[in-house]
Design a protein around this ligand. Structure first.
Ligand code: PAF
Length: 280
């Protein structure tokens, strides 16, 4: 695996791969890699000829300076893991490489980002879609791989690809979970052992919501009430949002129809966790 820091070097590698007729798979990340990221890299390895992963802690998608500065950056470990999963090129640009000093162009998906994460973290998705658009232009992938856990992000990126006519396929792969069901996330490292044990209740509450819908319950308020009651059994848990939405538009439905998506964001102590589950 090659680690590349400059766009000019990446461009040379991409040009050569294209001349050789290779298909390029791309996994954008912010590092602190876990099994979720590695499953994306492994899938890209199977489906494409050159796998590029990026590690860039994107400053413009953080609306909290402390969150940005405390974001883990274990680069040597990440490089080892990416290589072992089959990554060929690890792109690790500096901030200046992505955002030159006179940078002033942003990409914003308006409707899909109004609620949930978008509402609680103003500017977050604008930062995500801007950096993803820049990375797509640099890497020029045939297929880009994203995780389903960040469902709203995956939907927003899909919309951006369609609206701006990026010539690539988006693959959204299932959330990888720890043995108790907790969705893999770089933030899990911040949970104390007790919090980590309790956090598995989040997945249990999503499964409960799914079961209720599959049993024919249609009243959104009742489904959410039962899910919330389960989550509030976790000591120190604070629900930021809990929703059952149309899985395409991510809009609430009132009376639930399928396919639906259950979404949640919960703070456990100081750690903010998000998760989701699709009900087909
Ligand atoms: O999901 C992430 O890690 C980030 O939002 C992404 C897609 C790499 C953009 O910075």
């Amino acid at each position: 695996m090659q680690t590349v820091r400059k766009v000019a070097d990446l461009r040379r590698i991409i040009r050569r791969a294209r001349q050789q007729g290779k298909r390029i798979g791309f996994v954008p990340t912010m590092g602190a890699l876990h099994e979720g990221h590695l499953s994306l890299i492994r899938r890209a390895r199977k489906e494409t000829d050159l796998v590029v992963a990026s590690i860039f802690v994107n400053p413009i998608q953080f609306n909290n300076g402390a969150d940005l500065s405390s974001y883990p950056r274990p680069l040597a470990r990440d490089a080892r893991l990416a290589a072992s999963a089959g990554c060929n090129v690890l792109f690790v640009p500096s901030s200046g490489e992505i955002y030159p000093p006179d940078f002033q162009t942003f990409v914003e998906v308006t409707q899909l980002t109004r609620r949930w994460e978008g509402k609680l973290r103003p500017g977050h998705f604008r930062g995500v879609t801007t950096v993803v658009a820049i990375l797509f232009n640099r890497v020029q992938p045939d297929i880009a791989y994203f995780g389903q856990k960040d469902a709203q992000q995956a939907r927003a990126v899909g919309q951006m690809i369609r609206d701006l006519g990026f010539n690539l396929r988006l693959k959204v792969l299932p959330t990888v979970r720890e043995p108790g069901g907790l969705a893999m996330s770089s933030r899990n490292q911040r949970l104390s052992p007790d919090e980590r044990r309790n956090a598995k209740i989040l997945f249990e509450s999503l499964q409960e919501g799914k079961r209720l819908i599959e049993c024919g319950l249609r009243r959104e308020t009742e489904i959410l009430r039962r899910m919330r009651a389960r989550i509030l059994k976790i000591q120190g848990a604070r629900v930021e949002y809990l929703a059952v939405v149309d899985s395409e538009t991510l809009e609430p439905m009132g009376r639930v129809k399928r396919p639906a998506m259950l979404l949640l964001a919960v703070r456990i102590g100081k750690t903010r966790l998000i998760d989701c589950l699709e009900v087909r």
